[in-house]
Design a protein around this ligand. Structure first.
Ligand code: BES
Ligand code: ZN
Length: 458
């Protein structure tokens, strides 16, 4: 294929591509909140129609949860599966957004032009980089240089409950020589990254109940057990003074980082002070005696993501509540087994309950860590492709976040994955005022065109 002509087409079409992304960003496809189920479907249909307009055989596949979008286009050479997710995180607290999260716009910032809006970086802007690369190739060449299947999920941000059953039932149709996953970030502003390992995730919600009903905290305080006290004591016990997680057996299946990998990571020159400084912090939290990148990429964590109970409205109310709840997530590494740890966590909580208190648990997703096989030739092709688009050489890195599908592709379909994404640390994913740099969007499209061209040439 004529790569130069394709890259020129991408450049010329950038404004139109941004317009198409805006259409997708305007659909509030928040997967975790049932109130938005219709919008999630609308986003799936928008993507199906966009794929069909390009000539893909595209379908929306229903699941018990949100639908999957699948598009196929034949071509010569290797078969690539592209994965992205079209669902987004909730927007709250809405008051901290500078504009409507679903009314995207281009903004000029001191660090360049950005696309502002929920999902701009995670993951609509990213998945559109691949679709736009395909669109440009098709416009110039009339065909793709390889066989391509596009697989877009609508439940990634809510623990992918339908994904495993779907892959077991219909996964054969997705099986390709390699999966490309675009849902990660650059290593730094100038250094692109191919992520070779991801942490897993275990989500747990717990509610502790004490008295049968809410009580007057004067009439009962001193006699009645307060479940918020119980909950905060237990959550306070999650870590010891060195930041190690206290759930028994938590570190059993954690492995030390291989010395070569540690040396490679040390060589990346990660700027811990800048990383923390960007978010108003200065002192690393987490496990003592570990480098920043180890803490982020190869060590497991426990974090409280939400906590509630009693009266939190305006003013003051002297209540001794009946219930207190929290959402807790664990990032998992190496061979840590999410289901085993779920039981260990629940037993550890139960063992700390005082008389008269009960606890209920609700699981939210459980996926193990995953590691990519970098011996596949596409990794070198992608390293070159990305290095041509950003000032620095592409690096092989880890990522602290979780993308459960990479592990499932391997486990269920025997398919390897390669993760390349173009987000930046300051994109504020999962946070108010999410953005995606226009340069990430633009270079991302160009990088995928190069990858497709490189893979086709073998
Ligand atoms: N795109 C992120 C994962 C990610 C974040 C990768 C940062 C690399 C760097 C993804 O959409 C995400 O947030 N996943 C959830 C998965 C969970 C709900 C199972 C996560 O990591 O919390
Ligand atoms: Zn994502």
């Amino acid at each position: 294929m004529s790569l130069d002509a394709v890259l020129a087409r991408i450049d010329a079409d950038l404004e139109a591509a941004t317009g198409r992304l805006f259409e997708l960003l305007r659909i509030p496809s928040i997967s975790t909140d049932p109130a938005f189920a219709g919008d999630v479907r609308r986003a799936a249909e928008w993507l199906r129609d966009d794929l069909a307009a390009m000539g893909f055989a595209a379908e929306v596949h229903d699941t018990p949860g949100h639908p999957m979008v699948v598009g196929h286009m034949d071509g010569p050479g290797p078969h690539l599966l592209f994965y992205g997710h079209y669902d987004v995180q909730p927007v709250d607290p809405l008051s901290l957004w500078d504009r409507d999260p679903f009314d995207p716009e281009i903004q000029d910032t001191p660090k360049g032009r950005v696309i502002r809006g929920r999902g701009a970086a995670d993951d609509k802007g990213q998945l559109m980089t691949f679709l736009e690369a395909c669109r440009a190739i098709l416009a110039v060449e009339g065909a793709l240089p390889c066989k391509v299947t596009v697989f877009l999920e609508g439940e990634e941000e809510s623990g992918s409950p339908s994904l495993v059953p779907y892959l077991k039932e219909r996964g054969e149709a997705l099986k390709a020589d390699l999966a490309l996953i675009c849902d990660t970030g650059l290593f730094s502003d100038d250094v692109p990254a191919i992520v070779t390992q991801l942490r897993g995730l275990l989500g747990e919600e717990l509610t502790i109940t004490g008295p049968r009903i809410d009580l007057h905290s004067g009439s009962y305080g001193g006699m009645a057990m307060n479940p918020i006290r119980v909950l905060s004591r237990i959550l306070g016990n999650l870590h010891d003074a060195d930041g190690r997680v206290q759930v028994p057996g938590f570190y059993d299946d954690v492995e030390e980082l291989a010395p070569e990998l540690k040396a490679q990571w040390d060589g990346l020159g990660f700027d811990e002070a800048a990383f923390l400084g960007e978010v108003g912090l200065s002192v690393p939290s987490g496990e003592a005696g570990r480098t920043g990148l180890e803490r982020l990429w190869s060590r497991p964590t426990a974090e409280v993501n939400g906590i509630w109970g009693g009266y939190t409205g305006a003013g003051f109310k002297t209540v001794l509540p009946s219930k207190a709840s929290a959402k807790v997530s664990f990032r998992l590494v190496a061979k840590q087994d999410p289901l085993k740890l779920r039981e260990a966590f629940r037993a550890w909580v139960r063992a700390q309950l005082p008389a008269d208190c009960t606890v209920e648990f609700h699981g939210h997703g459980a996926s193990p860590a995953s590691r990519m096989d970098i011996s596949h030739p596409a990794f070198e092709i992608a390293r070159r492709a990305l290095s041509q688009e950003w000032p620095g050489e592409a690096a092989f890195t880890g990522a602290g976040g979780s993308i459960p599908v990479a592990g499932y592709f391997k486990e269920i379909l025997g398919m390897d994955s390669m993760l390349a994404g173009f987000g930046k640390d300051d994109d504020a994913i999962h946070s108010p005022n999410e953005k995606y740099d226009l340069s990430s969007f633009h270079r991302g499209m160009r990088a995928w065109a190069r990858v497709l061209d490189g893979v086709a040439q073998g």
